[in-house]
Design a protein around this ligand. Structure first.
Ligand SMILES: C[S@@+](CC[C@H](N)C(=O)[O-])C[C@H]1O[C@@H](n2cnc3c(N)ncnc32)[C@H](O)[C@@H]1O
Length: 259
């Protein structure tokens, strides 16, 4: 298997991957959580809202028998991901399928694990829509498999504000606007600024989201028919299964719903 990692461009998708995503962490979490439940490693991943399919590429790279299916509505990140994440995999590229489809319209092949990271389910604005998506996601997962999604919790997740992070070549800004208190709807933006130049990418990414709390997500997953819903909280030693979480201004638990 030939596999080389090219230097990805510093365009909006390249900057997003560098500042937002941690596919090695995601693959490790998926693997460890699944193998605690089963005496075998998970092989079939489905990456919902896959964007550039960064996790799918890391998934097939991590094991010679692993396959991945990535789904996204937007052809632009899919094309970018094919070029910069999938083609460089060499032979392993044949184990990744990317489809420009709505995540609610695909039910096979059935996955060991479906991952929907970076709060992408927040595009679903009402509880019936959210439960419908969770139910349809369940249909695409094997019996005993898992649906994994992250949640954004704590009061900071509800309030307007910005978080600026500095990288060697650019700054990343997460920009949260005021949430409408009736609908729970809020705009979020990602801005980038290249250092040492005047180049700015204001609103490189725009998200019109319904803000879902952790108890709402747990309830919706339960209503969607998952057998068991677990919450993993970030501790000093990594993510741990918890029943309760102490008050924190902001935290990003991972929910794992078993079919
Ligand atoms: C926040 S990005 C997530 C990118 C990547 N998965 C990550 O973890 O950072 C959300 C993605 O979801 C896609 N999307 C939104 N609604 C969708 C739907 N109903 N079906 C498939 N993709 C959808 C958008 O095109 C966008 O690429």
């Amino acid at each position: 298997m030939s596999s080389r990692r090219p230097r990805k461009p510093f365009d909006k998708y390249g900057l997003y991957e560098r500042s937002v995503q941690r596919p090695d962490f995601d693959v490790d979490f998926i693997n460890r959580t699944y193998t605690k439940e089963h005496a075998r490693v998970p092989l079939v991943l489905r990456e919902d809202f896959c964007g550039t399919a960064f996790i799918s590429s890391e998934w097939v790279r991590s094991h010679p028998k692993r396959t991945a299916l990535g789904l996204d509505l937007d052809p632009k990140p899919l094309a970018w991901g094919r070029k910069w994440n999938i083609e460089p995999l060499g032979d392993a590229a044949g184990r990744v399928t990317l489809l420009q489809k709505d995540v609610r319209s695909v039910f096979s092949p059935k996955a060991d694990v479906t991952a929907a990271f970076n709060f992408s389910y927040c595009v679903f604005m009402t509880r019936p829509e959210l439960v419908d998506y969770f139910r349809k996601a369940r249909r695409g997962i094997k019996k005993g498999g898992a649906f994994m999604l992250d949640g954004y919790a704590g009061p900071d997740s509800l309030n307007p504000g910005t978080e600026v992070r500095n990288y060697a070549k650019f700054t990343y800004t997460w920009d949260q606007r005021e949430m409408d208190a009736i609908s729970g709807r809020a705009m979020r933006y990602i801005h980038f600024k290249m250092k040492g130049t005047r180049e700015k990418m204001d609103k490189a990414f725009t998200y019109d989201w319904r803000i879902w709390t952790i108890p709402e997500l747990v309830d919706a997953l339960t209503e969607a028919g998952y057998a068991r819903v677990e919450v993993y909280d970030e501790k000093k030693a990594g993510y741990r299964l918890v029943k309760k979480a102490p008050y924190k201004d902001a935290f990003i638990p991972i929910l794992v719903a078993w079919t």
